[in-house]
Design a binder for this molecule. Structure first.
Ligand code: DOR
Length: 411
């Protein structure tokens, strides 16, 4: 039997820190408590053992834009940043909106070194049932502005019946003006009678947050590190490398997001890499990388955010919202998706530590705490910044649709 014992760690377990050993057997957390000698031993010497982060919003670009990112480079970036599961968005080329494209994405994702979910788009409304049964995690992110009321209505009805989640890029743009509130209102008005589960991706404005909080619908929201750590005051300094959708917001919006973290469900990166050459043109494509820096930036701010809140935002809530079974917490019977952290090991972010093919970050020069190691189902995938597993250690975390379909009890 393959066993690993992590000793003397400060383990974050059931919303508190306890000093304990953790026994891992065949990739699963078998015991939290005192463990006798056996198997591989890791001395954690008082460092923090946390559940790996779940980044519910990445764009890993494979297939036709693999020069920007592919599943290997993107997942190595995730592992180096303490992210043990990613959820990939469907706006790749080709987009994931039918069975064929879904299978192609699945094949590309076999290179991943961390676990992953695959989201599907709603371009082909008659495909949603099939895609759900094949194991997609959720639908979207859907660009609300590009959809008619009828399309949204139809998608929400199907998603309600499937008990899935619709992730929305709720932004209305008129020229340079971007209003999130208008986008959120459109979706929630459409969903008024249907009452499907809705997830607002990369919420960035105080007004949008107020509206989501005031809604009686089953609506969750995420914010990105770039909307927490940067504002429109950084725009001139960053030039094209500070352009993303939704755009950087005012200092007041940033302060409101920080002071409202208890009303925000999760923090996700919206990792959207573009090459330096792609960015250095007159109309650069929107998007910034972020999967590797998401957790390290936050771990350097434990004076501003409690450990409990942080773990809920990056691990427990994404697992619960997207139905990722046995993930998101350190608990007996759960996957051993773990990170070991020394909060005093603070580093300045430099491009040479990055695994993303894009090779840049808007967070260069920021303070960060990178994990000492990242473990996915009991295997150390990254240690002190070096990848330790072969391509393909990651495996797909299928959505509830596949589980329902394959279970005679539930179908
Ligand atoms: O800035 C962005 N870029 N926002 C998105 O929602 C999509 C992303 C991309 O795919 O490049």
């Amino acid at each position: 039997m393959i066993q690993t014992v992590i000793r003397n760690a400060r383990v974050f377990c059931r919303n508190q820190v306890v000093i304990s050993d953790v026994l891992i057997e065949r990739g699963i957390i078998a015991k939290i408590g005192s463990v006798r000698a056996g198997g591989q031993e890791i001395d954690a010497r008082g460092r923090l053992l946390l559940p790996g982060a779940i980044d519910a919003h990445v764009h890993f670009r494979d297939l036709d834009e693999a020069y920007k990112e592919d599943w290997y480079s993107g997942s190595c970036a995730a592992a180096a940043g303490g992210v043990t599961t990613v959820i990939d968005q469907p706006n790749s080329k080709p987009p994931v909106c039918d069975e064929r494209a879904y299978f192609r994405k699945q094949r590309a994702a076999r290179k991943s070194v961390v676990d992953y979910g695959i989201n599907a788009g709603i371009e082909k409304l008659d495909q949603l049932d099939d895609l759900w049964r094949l194991g997609v995690t959720a639908f979207g992110e859907v660009f609300v502005q590009e959809k008619s009321r009828e399309e949204l209505h139809h998608a929400l009805q199907t998603i309600k019946r499937l008990n899935a989640v619709l992730c929305v890029h709720a932004e209305r743009r008129v020229g340079e003006i971007s209003s999130e509130l208008a986008g959120i209102k459109t979706v929630l008005a459409c969903n008024k009678e249907i009452r499907a589960k809705v997830h607002v991706s990369h919420l960035s404005e105080a007004s949008g947050l107020d509206f989501v909080r005031g809604s009686d619908q089953d609506v969750s929201c995420e914010v990105t590190p770039h909307h927490l750590f940067l504002s429109n005051l950084d725009q001139a300094r960053l030039g094209p490398f500070g352009i993303m959708n939704p755009p950087l917001r005012s200092r007041q919006d940033v302060n409101t997001l920080w002071s409202s973290l208890r009303y925000i469900d999760m923090i996700a990166s919206d990792h959207a890499p573009h090459s330096i050459a792609d960015k250095n043109i007159s109309f650069p494509p929107p998007g910034v990388p972020g999967v590797q820096t998401l957790l390290p930036l936050l771990l350097a701010r434990l004076d501003q955010i409690s450990l409990e809140r942080l773990v809920n935002l990056v691990s427990a809530t994404p697992a619960a919202r997207f139905n990722l079974k046995n993930k998101g917490a350190i608990r007996e019977g759960y996957d051993a998706d773990l990170i070991l952290v020394d909060p005093n090991d603070r580093k300045i972010i430099t491009p040479n530590v990055l695994y993303s093919k894009c090779g840049w970050t808007p967070f260069e020069g920021c303070v960060a705490v990178f994990p000492s190691f990242t473990m996915v189902r009991g295997e150390v995938v990254c240690s002190e910044g070096s990848i330790k597993v072969k391509k393909g250690w990651g495996s797909q975390v299928c959505g509830a649709g596949l589980r329902q379909f394959n279970s005679p009890l539930l179908s």
